[in-house]
Design a protein around this ligand. Structure first.
Ligand code: AMP
Length: 419
């Protein structure tokens, strides 16, 4: 089946062909006809499968077909996403695919002023893409009317639940018409997600599951190496130096660690940047754009900030710290090998993380390939660092410990003197 064979507006077909999409991906093949018919859909699809276009194409077509000229716009499609970045990305897909239609799209998220958002809503938009927090602000102020929504999309629903948006999702239902189409997209499934999904979609919803056996896409090679916590930075340095021009996304556990890894790379003259919730929205966006364009090659990110975002041509994903769950693992490695590209993902697992690794593998349903690092290779990697001797000798923890010991000594001395 080719896109030309679909019964969708010519303007949308033009955009699809400009994007270079020839045939639908699996999720698109399965969901587009159902959404066009107005059915509810419950889809379990990993990231990078083309799921955004899978709902944007049929939604745009339906809105375009039924757009009544001269009538003020009301929000007719509401897309809820977990993060700013994902909201902007979904908005971009709608805008690109809808360029040759009359459908209007707008994106609302926190971290920026409300007034321009209110003005835009007053003018009216057809498709509204939101993150839950700001949306509720505007609904409660009466600036956002959701009573004419025909289609509700929950994108990355599992991530929204992880972030604690469950109550927000339930609350928004009160503002929506009961007769509506609901499209529920999640990368992973468990009992909690099933419960919420079934409470939102109609009983005859079309259920779609993509690659249930291996949640990691086939075009991603992924492996794990045993590397001790304090040596991880040398291995990252080595990997970057081995592939200096490769676009590499490095995941760490916390924002503090993100900044530390950046500093460690700075000491060996490697340019990186970070994206995490501790940075201003505008800085995050600037960094993301620079990484997207390829000007920045190495981006260090936390899960929350980077999940769901689509960056073209990421060649390597490095799990500098292992994620806590299999779902996070799937999301992280899914940042590479997007669409029809190939990608590689490596995880660094320290002694302390072995338990987490076992859990991840159990939930993935299969073991992750072990990357063999011989003793000599390990020693070489640590020895070949450009890091000054002083830094190597005194790693961060050692520095902190040393500082504490010194402090104790100082206090004891003081006490003695007083006596
Ligand atoms: P998503 O899963 O929506 O984040 O999409 C992942 C990537 O797949 C994006 O970079 C899309 O541009 C790309 N993509 C979506 N649909 C197709 C298609 N039919 N053919 C080729 N690439 C596609």
């Amino acid at each position: 089946m080719k896109f030309e064979d679909y019964r969708i507006a010519d303007g949308i077909k033009t955009s699809i062909s400009k994007l270079g999409y020839k045939k639908p991906t699996d999720i698109q093949f399965k969901s587009i006809p159902a959404i066009l018919k107005g059915e509810d859909v419950l889809a379990i699809a990993q990231t990078g499968t083309g799921k955004t276009a899978a709902f944007a194409i049929p939604i745009l077509h339906r809105l375009q077909e039924r757009k009544v000229l001269g009538r003020p716009n009301a929000v007719r499609c509401l897309v809820m996403t977990p993060t700013h970045e994902l909201a902007l990305q979904v908005d971009n897909v709608f805008r690109t695919l809808g360029k040759h239609t009359r459908v209007t799209t707008y994106c609302i998220h926190g971290g920026v002023g409300q007034d321009p958002q209110k003005e835009k809503l007053e003018d009216g938009v057809d498709v509204l893409i939101v993150t839950p927090g700001r949306m509720f602000d505007l609904v409660s102020q009466g600036a956002l009317d959701l009573s004419r929504v025909e289609t509700l999309v929950l994108d990355e629903a599992d991530h929204m639940l992880d972030l604690g948006f469950i109550k927000d999702i339930r609350d928004v239902m009160r503002h929506l018409p009961t007769r509506r189409q609901t499209l529920f997209f999640s990368a992973t499934i468990n009992e909690e997600i099933k419960d919420i999904a079934y409470s939102l979609v109609r009983s005859q919803a079309i259920r779609i599951q993509i690659s249930p056996k291996d949640p990691v896409a086939k075009n991603i090679e992924h492996a794990v190496a045993y590397i001790e916590m304090d040596d991880k930075r040398f291995f990252l340095e080595g990997m970057i130096n081995n592939h200096p021009d490769a676009k590499t996304l490095v995941f760490v556990r916390t924002k503090v660690r993100a900044e530390r890894v950046k500093k460690a790379m700075e000491r060996v003259k490697l340019i990186t940047d970070t994206i995490h919730s501790g940075r201003e929205h505008a800085d995050r966006e600037r960094t993301m754009n620079s990484f997207r364009s390829g000007a920045l090659k190495i981006l260090i990110a936390t899960d929350v900030s980077a999940r769901g975002i689509d960056i073209p041509n990421v060649e390597y994903v490095i799990n500098y710290d292992l994620p806590e769950t299999a779902a996070q693992y799937v999301h992280r490695v899914g940042r590479t090998g997007r669409g029809t590209n190939k990608g590689q993902a490596y995880s660094f697992c320290s002694k302390e993380e072995k338990e987490v690794l076992a859990e991840i593998e159990e939930n993935l349903g299969k073991p992750i390939t072990r990357l063999k690092v011989t003793k000599a290779e390990y020693a070489n990697t640590v020895a070949n660092t450009l890091e000054p001797e002083i830094d190597k000798k005194y790693d961060w923890q050692a520095l902190i410990d040393e500082h504490q010991v010194e402090e104790e000594k100082r206090k004891k001395k003081k006490k003695k003197k007083r006596k």
